[in-house]
Design a protein around this ligand. Structure first.
Ligand SMILES: CC(C)(COP(=O)(O)OP(=O)(O)OC[C@H]1O[C@@H](n2cnc3c(N)ncnc32)[C@H](O)[C@@H]1OP(=O)(O)O)[C@@H](O)C(=O)NCCC(=O)NCCS
Ligand SMILES: [Zn+2]
Length: 249
């Protein structure tokens, strides 16, 4: 079975620069302005600039011809109509057929790109000392809670965010997002090879591949792809991609 190629770009909010602003469309620029914290504005800018540049290169078009439709599977199921479009960004225009997933946390920005196969990526900063007790019930299934409790105390926070990143990657691949419920999907122990163990949803995907990504110390990250075969994750050169915009105002 041929492997699915998934290209990954890792970036940092420090990669933000005025040259990248011109890559955002008016809606993205407005959304960016609404973040109160400069770090949030930078993470958003870098992620969306990367997405436009990577898709433009993949589709062989100018970045301003790449557009997105936003699709929230949870709202579609409930037949909700939220006034503001939200959800999984689906490339449109010349980039139709390509799939992306965006994630940002702390000093990390992550973009995943595939062709023809839905993908979900998630990076989580391991917040040491953060009180995760209240989140454990929301995120973990009883078996997972038991496994987490059995970990040495010093590994529990990382373990928790390992679970979180895997589950969120899966829910971003399907397009459910957090509304799909992190507890609906069960995964292997956070220090075991990544695998989906169970999924309580009538329309859980039949084919799914889950893998951990190396996001460096202090982070956990995961990648999910809705396919049967292996995934070949290729880390690409972010400086080279962003560098194509360095001189543009
Ligand atoms: C979107 C969500 C998955 C993001 O999780 P997070 O850990 O806060 O942030 P991440 O950086 O990992 O991911 C953010 C990206 O996920 C993508 N995203 C948003 N909704 C998505 C969905 N349903 N499926 C897949 N990807 C989604 C977007 O590209 C977003 O990037 P952007 O904010 O720069 O545009 C999560 O916050 C969520 O599901 N929120 C929806 C909750 C909600 O508002 N529910 C009511 C309406 S359904
Ligand atoms: Zn929704």
């Amino acid at each position: 079975m041929t492997a699915l190629t998934c290209r990954l770009w890792w970036a940092s909010p420090d990669d933000a620069s005025p040259a990248l602003l011109g890559l955002l469309d008016p809606g993205e620029r407005e959304r960016r302005e609404r973040f109160r914290a400069a770090a949030d504005r930078d993470r958003y800018l870098v992620a969306h600039a990367l997405a436009r540049l990577a898709l433009a290169r993949a589709a062989g078009c100018e970045p301003d011809r790449v557009s997105f439709t936003l699709r929230c599977r949870s709202c579609e199921h409930r037949r909700d109509r939220r006034p503001e479009p939200h959800g999984k960004p689906l490339p449109a225009g010349p980039a139709a057929g390509w799939e992306i997933s965006i994630s940002h946390s702390g000093d990390r920005v992550l973009l995943a790109l595939t062709h023809g196969t839905p993908v979900g990526a998630d990076v989580e900063q391991i917040a040491p000392g953060r009180d995760t007790d209240g989140l454990v019930d929301y995120c973990l299934r009883p078996r997972e809670r038991g496994d987490l409790d059995r970990l040495p105390e010093g590994r529990r926070t990382e373990g928790f965010f390992g679970y979180w990143a895997r589950k969120e990657a899966l829910l971003k691949a399907t397009g459910d997002g957090l509304s799909g419920g992190l507890g609906s999907v069960g995964v292997s122990g956070p220090f075991e090879p990544a695998a989906v163990v169970e999924w309580d949803s009538a329309d859980a995907p039949v084919q799914v591949r889950l893998t951990d990504l190396d996001a460096g110390p202090g982070y956990r990250a995961a990648l999910a792809a809705l396919c049967a075969g292996p995934v070949n994750a290729q880390v690409c050169d972010t400086a080279e991609l962003l560098g194509t915009r360095r001189t543009v105002g």
